[in-house]
Design a binder for this molecule. Structure first.
Ligand code: NAP
Length: 417
């Protein structure tokens, strides 16, 4: 077993969280080696544009890159984009790459993210069936979105609904199939999802809830879907957005604790003091919600990266950032602060002619979530202030939240627990 402190800061996973951590290590004064190991074959990039601007042809894959080559050179970040890690050797504190090559670590970060779930039905590997997570996925889907083609989207989550909006804008016909009784079941209250679905239907999207795909039809290429309710739908391509699974295999094989993702403490450290995990791949105890959670979103990857870099440098800080999500579909935005799903009661505030914010209060009357839907300018301020109230675990009277004439800002003085 090694005892001396030596070796590089090594990051497995050259995605947004991994790359931002490398940057934050430098910003926090780390002058030793930083090694960023990826296996996608391209430099780290931003994923949010993939389902929107890239599908709409407004942004190229190259424009999604997080940094240019000079950034890695100037910051002495050893970025290796074709370096799949095959094992973590915790005794010798090194990671094993292909052909027996190894990299010793002083501290290791696992930021391997999550992989899209594939549809477990016959026909799922036919040509024309896609998931959307990576740049190559997005470029394959762009080719499918030709005007007049019929696109089946499986899953009415964030990916499914953003892809549906992009496909409509490209002149496609779109049908969305969702197994649950409504969209975005885990992310937003039913009424918020209802507004979005109404807008999709106005734009011509056919949405089918409470059914699922039994089989994907076609010989070498997809030609249709057979649904569980017996319906057969013709389609030219299928985009599957039915959620993701954290990539924990390396950690599990190394004996690191896993509990819905790699289990870390509130400093993002695993049960091995030299190894951290951050981003989509880890579950962590959250002080504000008083339970272990795992978040799959852009802002969490950013917030985790900033904190974990400091903790790899032994600052020992705890994580308590308020989750934030957003999604743009057509001319509508949804913005979410906190975790509305943890609310026991919901209060609505009309913030504009077609904009509303729904507040979620837990059983003790503590604000735990806010979801705005409508025009950005009519909800952004309210959701931002709600974020601050959630950070303070503020207890707010429902009547006050509902009353549009009460400035939310004045509630920032509300009693915190
Ligand atoms: P998601 O948001 O978890 O939604 C997946 C949806 O598919 C859920 O509604 C799920 O229902 C449904 N589903 C599951 N199995 C199904 C089946 N066999 N047939 C039909 N529907 C099925 O996941 P996602 O849309 O795939 O997105 C992947 C990840 O990227 C998520 O972590 C998401 O947060 C992230 N993302 C975020 C944004 C954003 O924040 N704007 C945009 C794109 C992607 P149940 O809930 O009942 O399982």
């Amino acid at each position: 077993m090694k005892t001396a402190e030596h070796g590089a800061m090594v990051i497995i996973g050259a995605g947004q969280c991994g790359a931002r951590t490398a940057q934050a290590l430098r910003e926090n004064g780390w002058e030793g080696e930083v090694t960023l190991l990826g296996n996608e074959g391209i430099a780290p990039y931003d994923r949010p544009p993939l389902s929107k601007a890239v599908l709409l042809g407004q942004k190229s894959a190259a424009q999604c890159a997080l940094y240019d080559d000079a950034f890695y050179r100037d910051n002495r970040i050893d970025l290796r984009v074709d370096a799949p890690v095959t094992a973590i050797d915790r005794v010798e504190r090194r990671v094993v790459l292909g052909e027996g090559r190894t990299v010793s670590y002083r501290r290791l970060l696992i930021a391997t993210g999550a992989q899209p779930r594939s549809l477990p039905v016959p026909g799922a590997t036919l040509a024309g069936v896609h998931v959307l997570r990576s740049v190559p996925d997005a470029l394959s889907i762009v080719d499918e979105l030709q005007p007049g083609r019929r696109i089946a989207v499986v899953g009415a989550g964030f990916i499914g609904l953003e892809v549906a909006a992009s496909a409509i804008a490209r002149g496609c016909e779109v049908v969305v199939i969702e197994v649950a009784a409504r969209a975005l079941m885990r992310a937003v209250p039913e009424i918020v999802a209802g507004y979005l679905i109404e807008r999709h239907r106005q734009m011509g999207v056919e949405v089918r809830f409470a059914t699922q795909v039994d089989r994907i039809l076609g010989d070498s290429r997809v030609s249709g879907l057979k649904l569980a309710d017996g319906t057969t739908l013709q389609c030219d391509a299928v985009i599957v957005g039915i959620g993701v699974t954290p990539r924990t295999a390396l950690a599990e094989a190394a004996g690191i604790d896993v509990a819905d993702g790699i289990a870390v403490d509130d400093t993002l450290r695993t049960n091995d003091p030299y190894i951290f995990a951050a981003g989509d791949v880890c579950s962590f105890p959250h002080r504000l919600f008083r339970r272990r959670i795992r978040l799959e979103c852009w802002k969490n990857a950013e917030d985790h990266a900033r904190l974990v870099a400091r903790n790899m440098l032994e600052y020992g800080e705890t994580y308590s950032a308020v989750p934030r999500f957003w999604s743009d579909q057509y001319d509508m935005t949804i913005q979410i602060a906190g975790l509305p799903a943890f609310g026991a009661t919901s209060v609505v505030r009309e913030t504009g002619s077609a904009s509303k914010v729904f507040f979620a209060l837990d059983g003790d009357g503590v604000l735990v979530g806010a979801s705005g839907v409508g025009q950005t300018g009519e909800i952004a301020r309210e959701v931002r202030i709600a974020q601050e109230l959630i950070a303070r675990r503020a207890r707010v009277e429902p009547d006050v939240l509902a009353d549009r004439s009460t400035k939310l800002k004045s509630l920032l003085t509300a009693e915190a627990l």
